[in-house]
Design a protein around this ligand. Structure first.
Ligand SMILES: Nc1ncnc2c1ncn2[C@@H]1O[C@H](COP(=O)(O)OP(=O)(O)OP(=O)(O)O)[C@@H](O)[C@H]1O
Ligand SMILES: [Mg+2]
Length: 475
């Protein structure tokens, strides 16, 4: 029998879990606080623990630390509030297996448990993991968002924070790459050591090279007499953040790869090799894979980065995060402005949620900032928003780009709904919808004239009439 221990102080939840677990063929046991849970773990040796984070007495995270220190093979699934970012990251760092958000969805619990037991059967054939028990709770940079995409990111940040592998953060401009890099650093054991950012796009190649690796006295004309340490040296023991790494020249890419492999550097004009202990996080808003195909980025370096890549989702695919981000920015901004902002009108919020945000969270932040500055009566109204948000047309983007962005956003929503509702046949559905919208539009334009409509669409009149009939039949 597969043993599952539930540690939760809410008796109703415990009861519901017990019924559910029994009906699924597991052997459940229950503890109402962490201390009792730890005793039960020692006596019952459960395979999986479902652990609430908010417990009276010892907290869930402390309990997780204890469990993993003494029984590293037990799989712990954390039960937590939806948008508790810090807990998610910390728990992943402490080797939690996964999360079940409250309110609890038993279908999700079922699939997480199935995955947990599958993992365990594979893992029982592997050597035991060594778990560091010297971990304490750590604060982190504030990331906001509770969409499933962002929750995946929090988990990955937690996992990345617990190791020192090279990480690549990909994502469009303004999606939070900088923030995520810092969150990984702050969540890691290196947090007391330096976090050193280098913008690889801001410096010409030779300068970037001496910035990264430093130089010895007399290395080149204009070099300082005493030489200069590079950012790698400055980041020793900590994290080096290579921002916009796609801008690095191929020659420098080779050097970087060597340093990553050997963990040692040579200053320019020097002969000594210096051992460095640096965790490298790289970020790019370009498709590095595409750049490799075009021969602009070295494939060996790309593969080294790509082993652990974190892809930050654009804002347009996660509308549910927009109100949270707005509240977050309003709080920050009203402190700066010294005027209270009561909120945002319904119409204003709708415009903000419907806009495609090509500049992602940064553009949203700037927009909230300017609206908060402009607004009277301490409420943000549609008039306070920038014209592109009011009209839904991004400044500086062409109509085609705008159309593609809105289409993508719409398709993303349809995909999500189809997944959530477990529907099939999405392709047909999308094509049928486009077909209908386009035909209706053009028909309208030509006041219902079939010949003109067919001509513009580039199809025969018979095909058009057949399509219209089909559409009417399907309604
Ligand atoms: N999830 C988030 N929660 C709160 N603030 C965020 C979030 N994502 C981004 N921001 C904020 O948006 C702004 C832009 O984020 P950041 O600088 O990390 O983006 P980036 O991906 O590095 O962009 P670029 O590619 O242009 O360098 C910052 O002010 C950051 O604090
Ligand atoms: Mg950045």
């Amino acid at each position: 029998m597969k043993n599952v221990l539930v540690i939760d102080d809410d008796e109703k939840i415990c009861w519901a879990f017990e019924q559910f677990l029994e009906s699924e063929g597991y052997a459940p046991s229950i503890a109402n606080n962490a201390e009792e849970g730890l005793r039960r773990i020692a006596s019952d040796k459960p395979d999986v623990v479902l652990l609430d984070v908010k417990l009276p007495g010892m907290s869930g995270l402390e309990a997780l630390g204890e469990i993993k220190a003494h029984h590293p093979w037990i799989i712990v699934v954390i039960i937590t509030a939806y948008d508790d970012v810090e807990t998610t990251i910390e728990a992943m760092r402490l080797q939690a297996f996964d999360f079940v958000p409250k309110p609890i969805d038993l279908e999700l619990v079922k699939s997480v448990l199935e995955r947990a037991f599958r993992t365990q059967s594979v893992r029982s054939t592997l050597p035991m993991e060594i778990v560091d028990d010297s971990l304490t709770a750590r604060p982190m940079h504030r990331l906001v968002g509770k969409s499933s995409e962002m929750r995946e990111i929090y988990k990955l940040i937690g996992v990345m924070a617990s190791n020192t592998m090279t990480v690549l953060i990909e994502g469009e401009t303004g999606t939070g790459k900088d923030l995520v890099a810092r969150a990984i650093h702050v969540g890691s054991e290196r947090k007391e050591k330096p976090f050193v950012p280098v913008d690889c796009g801001a410096l010409p190649d030779e300068l970037l090279e001496s910035e990264l690796f430093g130089y010895e006295a007399g290395a080149f004309t204009g070099a300082k007499a005493e030489g200069k340490p590079g950012r790698f040296e400055l980041a020793n023991g900590g994290t080096l953040f290579l921002d916009e790494v796609s801008n690095m020249s191929p020659a420098l890419q080779v050097k970087l790869l060597r340093v990553l492999q050997a963990q040692e550097i040579e200053r320019l004009g020097g002969t000594r090799t210096l051992k460095v202990d640096v965790r490298v996080i790289a970020a790019t808003n370009q498709e590095l894979g595409e750049m490799v195909r075009l021969g602009k980025f070295r494939d060996d370096l790309y593969y080294r980065f790509k082993r652990i890549a974190l892809h930050l989702p654009p804002l347009r695919g996660r509308q549910e995060d927009i109100p949270l981000l707005i509240t977050h920015f309003l709080q920050l901004i009203q402190d700066e402005l010294g005027k209270p902002i009561r909120g945002i009108s319904k119409e204003g919020m709708k415009l903000l949620q419907d806009y495609a945000w090509p500049g992602n969270v940064r553009e949203l932040e700037n927009c909230v900032r300017s609206a908060a500055t402009l607004c009277r009566a301490n409420v943000i109204l549609p008039d306070d928003l920038p014209p592109e948000v009011r009209t839904g047309h991004s400044a500086g983007t062409t109509d085609a780009a705008q159309l593609e962005t809105s289409l993508k956003s719409m398709l993303q929503n349809m995909t999500k709904t189809a997944i959530a509702e477990n529907r099939k046949g999405l392709y047909e559905e999308v094509v049928a919808m486009l077909d209908r919208a386009l035909i209706e539009l053009v028909l309208d334009e030509f006041s219902g004239n079939h010949s003109k409509t067919a001509e513009l669409l580039g199809m025969s009149r018979t095909t058009l009439i057949k399509k219209i009939k089909q559409q009417n039949d399907n309604e």
